[in-house]
Design a protein around this ligand. Structure first.
Ligand SMILES: [Zn+2]
Length: 134
């Protein structure tokens, strides 16, 4: 995690040298000192609203028959069975360059069909998303 120009290397308040607290609140993050009134705030780079990353998504079977996975992917992605099968067989992403919102939407749809997803690059907005780093 980077605090940019507000990095406190030692985590100590520059005003009174007390241990400062790092906080993130929605769109804001920063440091505040519990002992005096010192504090800094900046835009929180970890807030989902600032995520402009484009994500690729792979479907992960949870033990379902391959045929069933293909049928589900075909239905969800508006593909015919042949297209869905070659997509699954090739190991390619089922969807590319999705926004965070689109990934969450797709995840919800797949989750409803009891299919998992794998997202690259790392997708921090899903607690149960598996990443390649796991
Ligand atoms: Zn202080």
């Amino acid at each position: 995690m980077s605090y940019d120009s507000y990095s406190l290397d030692d985590g100590l308040c520059p005003q009174c040298s007390a241990q400062a607290d790092y906080f993130e609140e929605g769109l804001t993050c920063g440091w505040k000192c519990p002992a005096c009134d010192w504090g800094v705030a900046a835009t929180n780079p970890n807030d989902p609203a600032f995520d402009s990353t484009q994500y690729d998504v792979w479907v992960e079977s949870r033990g379902q028959e391959r045929k069933k996975v293909i049928a589900t992917v075909a239905a969800l992605m508006a593909l015919n069975i042949k297209e869905a099968r070659s997509l699954i067989d090739s190991g390619a992403a089922v969807a590319e360059s999705l926004s965070r919102h689109e990934v969450l939407d797709l995840h919800a749809k797949l989750e409803a069909k009891d299919l998992g997803i794998r997202v690259e690059p790392e997708f921090p907005w899903l607690a149960d998303a598996t990443s390649s780093a796991d």
